[in-house]
Design a protein. Structure first.
Length: 278
């Protein structure tokens, strides 16, 4: 069907807006990448141009002098542990809520969702007191436990929404053939719900990886700091190593970008599939 001139103009405007929005999103990353190869002096006098020399000095200093590798390892341990525990617990709980028949399933689901309405920052002081009495301050558990509590309601919401869309006839047929509840969960529901589980894992990983507040409060030992907290070490009372900090920022955001690039297909499927019924 041939489009009218007005429709062509509107289509052109939409393309222009989309391109402008894409540039606005991508350009800060490009600027950070280019600035990470400059010196502090060059950053001031050549803020928007290309680096005069392409050197890895800032990255080497960030790793050797800034201790980025140690912070990177701490972030990996905390993020992986929080993601694994959240995904495992949320998947099992979602299966029980969505696929099993029991009186309090809806009430339990609503109670979990209430957790999405309570900001974790309102619980920092009580948590600090509890963790201090338990003796787990300056340990990975002091950050992993709150991160699981933050991500669990969101995980329940996403996975339950997906599992509700799975036809129950699949499980009923499997049960008639002698399949147990555990086999139905492992052989039928889990493979079908893979996209929603990956979505939860990616979202939880990005949230934990980029979090600054909880590690800043519960991890005061410099050896236990995560990457976002370690970035503050590039700032002192009298000076700031801006290019070194920018290089460390690039190292920090690379894992999140790679995770999204390789798993974005599952994220889109997990976000929209739960809304399709029948």
């Amino acid at each position: 069907m041939k489009k009218s001139p007005l429709e062509k103009i509107w289509l052109g405007i939409k393309y222009v807006l989309m391109i402008a929005f894409t540039i606005m999103c991508i350009y800060p990353l490009i600027w950070l990448f280019l600035a990470s190869f400059k010196t502090n002096q060059e950053l001031y006098f050549n803020t928007w141009g290309l680096p005069e020399t392409w050197s890895l000095t800032n990255y080497i200093n960030a790793v050797v002098k800034g201790g980025v590798i140690r912070y990177f390892g701490n972030s990996v341990i905390i993020a992986v542990a929080a993601v694994l525990i959240t995904v495992i617990l949320a998947t099992m709980a979602s299966y029980a809520i969505s696929r099993m028949y029991w009186k309090l399933s809806k009430v339990t689901y609503n109670v979990f969702l209430l957790g999405m309405m309570i900001p974790i920052y309102a619980l920092i002081i009580p948590l600090f007191s509890v963790f201090k009495n338990m003796g787990i301050l300056n340990t990975y558990l002091a950050v992993i436990i709150p991160q699981i509590a933050v991500g669990f309601p969101m995980a329940i919401f996403i996975i339950c929404g997906f599992m509700d869309s799975i036809p129950r006839e699949l499980e009923e047929a499997a049960v008639m053939d002698g399949c147990s509840v555990y086999k139905c969960f492992a052989k039928i529901v889990l493979p079908i719900a893979k996209s929603s589980i990956v979505t939860v894992a990616v979202v939880q990983f990005i949230n934990v990886w980029n979090d600054l507040l909880l590690p800043r409060i519960f991890l005061t030992d410099s050896k236990m700091m995560t990457l976002p907290v370690g970035l503050t070490n590039f700032q002192s009372m009298y000076s700031t190593d801006y290019v070194g900090e920018i290089a460390a920022v690039i190292i920090t955001i690379v894992p999140s970008i790679l995770v999204y690039i390789f798993l974005h297909k599952y994220i889109m499927e997990g976000m929209v599939a739960g809304a399709v019924k029948g």
